[in-house]
Design a protein. Structure first.
Length: 116
């Protein structure tokens, strides 16, 4: 889906659903090593990530939704999500399951809210 079409859906949802919550899991950072590999992979599948270059980071993703009519938007990369929103005891439990060598900053979670 090209980014102009997905932007239209975002605008439509903001307008049509005045009391709603929108959660999205999205790719970010197209220019880092993982981002380049990810883009090559999806290109081979003939499934280009159209919005990735236009909205390359959490700030751009957050602004995208505010510009399309959403009242509030919080956007965290997965590392921020893990460190800020997961309780300490659960984080400790997960960290001890198996060694982890790379924290995820190539994807983000966005939460948008309407209360009109």
């Amino acid at each position: 889906l090209c980014s102009s079409r997905s932007d239209d859906i975002i605008k439509w949802a903001a307008r049509l659903l005045p009391q709603s919550l929108f959660v999205m899991y999205e790719q970010i950072h197209p220019q880092d090593p993982f981002g380049r590999i990810m883009q090559e992979h999806f290109l081979k599948l003939n499934s280009t990530l159209h919005a990735l270059r236009q909205y390359p980071d959490t700030d751009a993703q957050r602004q995208r939704f505010l510009d399309k009519g959403w009242e509030q938007c919080v956007c965290l990369d997965m590392n921020e999500f893990f460190l800020r929103l997961i309780p300490d005891d659960e984080r400790c439990r997960v960290e001890h399951l198996e060694p982890f060598d790379e924290y995820e900053v190539s994807f983000c979670v966005e939460i948008k809210k309407q209360t009109k």
